[in-house]
Ligand binder design. Structure first.
Ligand code: ADP
Length: 475
């Protein structure tokens, strides 16, 4: 079975969020099943060239704006599966990966080039697996190409929705010269008066997946569907929720090379060392009995920072340390800075994208991990936290609800603390509950161990993807 996985980011090459973790881990996990899964990505400036191998593929013919371009691809094996990178500096040598005015053009080109590569290699994919709006173009194009291009006649498409809030919106006037015809006839792209690469992919795909069962249900409601719930309801028989796995080769406190001391569910003693190390890194007093509350996230509305702002003062009054790592909206970066300035002995912050080591050190050293998301397709940090004995305090939404089980002191079951309504009071109450149990030496290690022994490995998720690919191939 040949699977072409198209993605705009993947570990270990380039990452802004969970999509990269998933795209990096899935092909590796599929490798266990005798599939031929290959990754195709843009070659951004941000990718460390040392990860590439010597192979170069020259002269791949890509039709673009009425001309045929000879495009070069570079290659890597660093993901544990073959990876190919579209070398197009005019589109991908930019200071940022996303957020350019011409993002739709950049990723439309990427999509076009990725399909051209499979043809150049004479490697006929059974399934093209596109991820999020940047790959919506490829999914839409493939559906059309199947009609006239025998090479793709038997190729099916899976379109994975990692976050329906990002829709790849652009001026419909650009559709024509991107090679997608005129706006009125390209109804599949149209979302009110703009064009959406996400919507086109959602319509064209043979199957749709999203990253947790609860999120798959939520996006079919007007509250969480970001204007596309009607379409997702219409396609619900083709929509499946597969919870992301964790790459335990990368996220494992027993072997993690980034942390001060390794530890396990049987022997948690190393975690104390990690805690001291974390306090030191953030120049906080080395008081290892005080709880550390941590958060790592993109600083966007989705992640619940407006709630955190509302409860910041009461959090500080509990005496807990608060450590935040995040990049994104200036408004939230300023908030974190103010909080740090008010209580420099209690609050540690890192504004910006820190790369992997610091994220691992926080997961290992913190006691509790905060995820009060407004919505959360799957969320990975709560699963990393559980593995590192760091108890998640989350809002019951999307994948957070699917993967975190509320602690029940009567039965001793549960892996964390969950609140329902998106309200500051509800968050604060849950935090206080978690802090109460933190102070109870009979309960806390139990909660930690419950989380550490949950199996969220990729094996189960990869198997579900494989079943889905096999079903698609039979269509
Ligand atoms: P999302 O994909 O919505 O950003 P996830 O919880 O699924 O959220 O995944 C976030 C991933 O990105 C985690 O691996 C997390 O450690 C990482 N991450 C987020 N922000 C930063 C940052 N500023 N520095 C380092 N890693 C980060």
């Amino acid at each position: 079975m040949r699977i072409a996985i198209l993605t705009s980011e993947a570990v270990p090459f380039v990452k802004t969020g969970g999509l990269a973790d998933v795209s990096g881990a899935l092909p590796k996990a599929l490798g266990e099943h005798e599939t031929d899964a290959r990754l195709i990505l843009p070659l951004y400036d941000q990718i460390d060239r040392r990860l590439l191998n010597d192979k170069i593929i020259e002269n791949v013919s890509v039709e673009w704006r009425g001309r045929v371009h000879a495009v070069r691809f570079l290659c890597s094996d660093a993901a544990g599966a073959p990876a190919y990178f579209v070398h197009a500096p005019e589109f991908f040598a930019r200071p940022n990966i996303y957020g350019c005015q011409d993002d739709h053009i950049r990723f439309a080109f990427f999509s076009r080039a990725a399909l051209a590569l499979t043809k150049h290699l004479d490697w006929q994919p059974d399934v093209v697996h596109g991820n999020d709006w940047p790959c919506g173009f490829a999914v839409a194009e493939l559906r059309a190409r199947r009609r006239y291009d025998s090479f793709f006649q038997n190729t099916k498409t899976l379109f994975s929705l990692h976050n329906v809030g990002y829709q790849g919106l652009f001026d419909a006037g650009d559709l024509w010269w991107l090679g997608f015809g005129d706006a009125p006839e390209r109804d599949d792209f149209m979302l009110e008066r703009t064009a959406s690469a996400l919507k086109a992919g959602m319509i064209a795909a043979d199957a749709l997946s999203t990253v947790s069962p609860r999120y798959a249900r939520e996006i079919q409601t007007p509250q969480q569907g970001h204007g596309l719930d009607w379409l997702l309801r219409a396609r619900s028989n083709r929509l499946i929720g597969i919870t992301n796995g964790v790459d335990y080769e990368i996220w494992n406190p027993e072997t993690d090379p980034h942390i001060a001391a390794n530890f396990s569910a049987d022997d948690l003693s190393g975690k104390r060392e990690c805690k001291i190390d974390l306090l030191r890194r953030f120049s906080l007093p080395e008081e290892s009995d005080r709880p550390i509350l941590a958060i790592i996230s993109r600083l966007v509305g989705q992640k619940g920072y407006d709630l955190i702002q509302l409860v910041a003062e009461p959090i500080l009054r509990t005496g807990a340390f608060f450590i935040a790592l995040g990049a994104g909206a200036k408004e939230y970066e300023d908030f974190l800075q103010r909080l740090h300035d008010v209580a420099p002995q209690q609050v540690g912050i890192y504004k910006g994208y820190a790369g992997e080591p610091l994220a691992h050190q926080i997961e290992a050293g913190a006691d509790m991990f905060l995820m009060p998301s407004r919505y959360e397709p799957c969320g990975l940090n709560q699963m990393y936290s559980m593995r590192y004995g760091t108890v998640p305090v989350v809002r019951a939404t999307g994948g957070l609800d699917d993967t975190v089980q509320q602690f029940d002191p009567r039965t001793g079951t549960g892996t964390g603390f969950k609140f329902g309504p998106y309200e500051a009071g509800a968050l604060l109450e849950k935090l206080r509950e978690a802090l109460y149990f933190y102070a109870r030496p009979d309960d806390w290690p139990k909660i930690q161990r419950n989380g550490m022994t949950v199996d969220n490995s990729w094996a189960a998720a990869a198997k579900k993807y494989l079943e889905l690919y096999q079903e698609l191939a039979k269509l």
